[in-house]
Design a protein around this ligand. Sequence first.
Ligand code: MGD
Ligand code: MGD
Ligand code: MO
Length: 673
Amino acid sequence: MVLRATGDGVEVGARDFPTNRGGLCQKGWTAADLLDHPDRLTTPLLRDRPGGELRPATWDEALDRVAAGVRDVQHRHGPDAVAVFGGGGLTNEKAYALGRFARVTLRTRHIDYNGRWCMSSAAAAGNRAFGIDRGLPFPLADLGRADTLLLVGANPAETMPPLMRHVTDLRERGGRLIVVDPRATATARQADLHLQPLPGTDLAVANALLHIALTEGWLDRAYVAERTTGFDEVRRTVAGYWPAEVERLSGVPVADLYATARALATVDRAVVLTARGAEQHAKGVDTVTAFINLALALGLPGRPGSGYGCLTGQGNGQGGREHGQKADQLPGYRRIDDPAAREHVAGVWGVDPDALPGPGVPAYQLLDALGTPSGARALLVFGSNPVVSAPRATQVESRLRALDLLVVADFVRSETAELADVVLPVAQWAEEDGTMTNLEGRVLRRRALREPPAGVRTELEILAALAGRLTDGGPSLPTDPREVFAELGRASAGGSADYAGITWDRIDADTGVFWPCPDRDGPDTPRLFADRFPTPDGRARFHAVTHRPAAEPVCADYPLHFTTGRVLAQYQSGAQTRRVAALRRAAPGGFVELHPDLAARIGVTDGAPVRVVSRRGELRAPARLSTAIRPDTVFAPFHWPGAQRANSVTNDALDPVSGMPEFKICAVRVEAA
Ligand SMILES: Nc1nc2c(c(=O)[nH]1)N[C@H]1C(S)=C(S)[C@@H](COP(=O)(O)OP(=O)(O)OC[C@H]3O[C@@H](n4cnc5c(=O)[nH]c(N)nc54)[C@H](O)[C@@H]3O)O[C@H]1N2
Ligand SMILES: Nc1nc2c(c(=O)[nH]1)N[C@H]1C(S)=C(S)[C@@H](COP(=O)(O)OP(=O)(O)OC[C@H]3O[C@@H](n4cnc5c(=O)[nH]c(N)nc54)[C@H](O)[C@@H]3O)O[C@H]1N2
Ligand SMILES: [Mo]
């Protein structure tokens, strides 16, 4: 996007760029509305005693309070008693600085971030299959050149509208779009074929597609032999996934399974993409793996115009997972339990490798343990609103209330900030320089257009000020983002997300730079996997995976499947978009989408208030009747707090590999409220 300062504010325009082709969604067009919004925080807030009100405070008061609270908690309970929670909306520089602050200044192992709710299952599956996790291993524009595009649990017409321009290109060239979604979404309605499975059965569908490709002789045998390992076990496993049985399990007709397998296997160029619908499950890693297996067996990854990818969500959803704000991670996408990685990064940070903490725990475990003897007693939140967005949010809210110290950095009083002891007002996107890495692995610049309002600071300034208070003569933190980026480049050198050759000037000179980019004078990497995979033997790895039911099966008391997701005009926890008048008009409140047959059965009419009840809690919102959804499934968006909060209902079952919560399926009953 491009920004222009006008007499009375900032105007947002679209820039013609290869990724979005000059398109922005409504949330982009209206993003400047928050810069001078009456809800904008311009002074720190402090709560003097538990149960008291938040009151305006000076920065010195607020930062002294944070430092004293951190020192007190660590003195009584040790370094790990202070935890940090980051976000995939932070710039690369801020995400990196946050990870370093946690490990070097706080010396805590407890840091994780909201990308655990978002990217972690696709990341884990990508790492184990390809040896690397870059959302798309090719530029987005490649979609326009594919013959078949399979979208699994993705609704980009609402969640990434500019992406649909590439789908239009594909369809104008005669290509086919196939969408797998339990709802006939705006995206599914544009598809040539829509598979409408029961939530939580995608893994079985993928294995059935591979079963069909195998029996029809559609595999790329040479590719499997030369570029992969582990296929034999996958072959044995998928042999048992008879299409008729998978139809019974998922509701997807055998004929549609065949049509999908044929459309992927018998064309030159095919792309398979997954998003949160397939990934946010307690078996999300294995589900993504099943689609990667399918793509590998058809020889797609690394072939021009073909491949597997995941649609990364947040503004910096890709960069947010590379620079060390994950519990098990150091910058450059290194593992924190790898001695060589620790030594390298400790060298850049000027500390002893043994002084770096070990791996922490994934986001939900971190939040669920807060205030308990095994968990942290102080939490610093930068760029997330877990009171609305965490699974089983009622429980998370009560854990946050049990803390000795909650610090929230935000630019509005989010629902999480409302619980804080200290709120620190931060700069917004138009007010600070930095970089973001988009879903293509393309590192982009974000340019400041204006100074932050008086009273507001950047995270880099806040972290440096806290580090100054917490360490005597310890290593200081730079506050200039360009300097931080240069340090990040050194810390990432030799890691899988290698930024060492990237400079801001180089990004500015071109349409971004794709990592890995190890050398200043060397090339960047728009396309991965052309002739090898970054695994020790250069081959991609198959993993045999099997279907299992959702963590919480339906029963007589909770007979319906509940799934959640997004609407076009609201973003995430809604802390930002619920404050924008145009977006509020377009999507004023929560709703429960259900099929008219189900509604008739339970005596509910369109617009009438309903309750959705699970074992964990309930939400209340108006019913929205629609034939677009399966009659055995109800859907609610998660953008609203309070009585409409979808996450009062969702399940906190976690994927054992990634720690991803099962946002996309649990058992509920629905009744007229
Ligand atoms: N408007 C808007 N855009 C956004 C965001 C936003 O909040 N609002 N958030 C951004 C972020 S962080 C992310 S991660 C992306 C997410 O982008 P998407 O993944 O496209 O978004 P969701 O709506 O969470 O889920 C996509 C679809 O999964 C379907 N689904 C539910 N359960 C299942 C299932 O079991 N199997 C299958 N196959 N599908 C299922 C839902 O019906 C939904 O249509 O969007 C980004 N863009
Ligand atoms: N039921 C259900 N729950 C879900 C999902 C789902 O599909 N279903 N999806 C999950 C997914 S994919 C995601 S990504 C999460 C997202 O959920 P959250 O992490 O809650 O995401 P946001 O609402 O974007 O919260 C960002 C907060 O940080 C503030 N903020 C924005 N930019 C900055 C910044 O630069 N610095 C600071 N300090 N603050 C900033 C915003 O004002 C806002 O209050 O929700 C997850 N929760
Ligand atoms: Mo996300």
